[in-house]
Write a new protein. Sequence first.
Length: 74
Amino acid sequence: MADIVQDPRLSDQDLPAHLQTFNGFSKLILFAILHIALVLGCLALAFLGNAPVVATLLGVGGTVVLLAVFAITN
């Protein structure tokens, strides 16, 4: 891999592609963390709170909302 800091010819070539990949990966990780938290919360509500119907609706609705939000944002 080239040393981007020391070689000015290479600094402008790959930087936008790397930034786009990094931002996409960051969004994917954030989505995964939020979705895991949603699923765990719904499982706790269903089993410990004795509200499986509410937990199912919250889980499906929350997943749809998460997908919509992450699909809309750049």
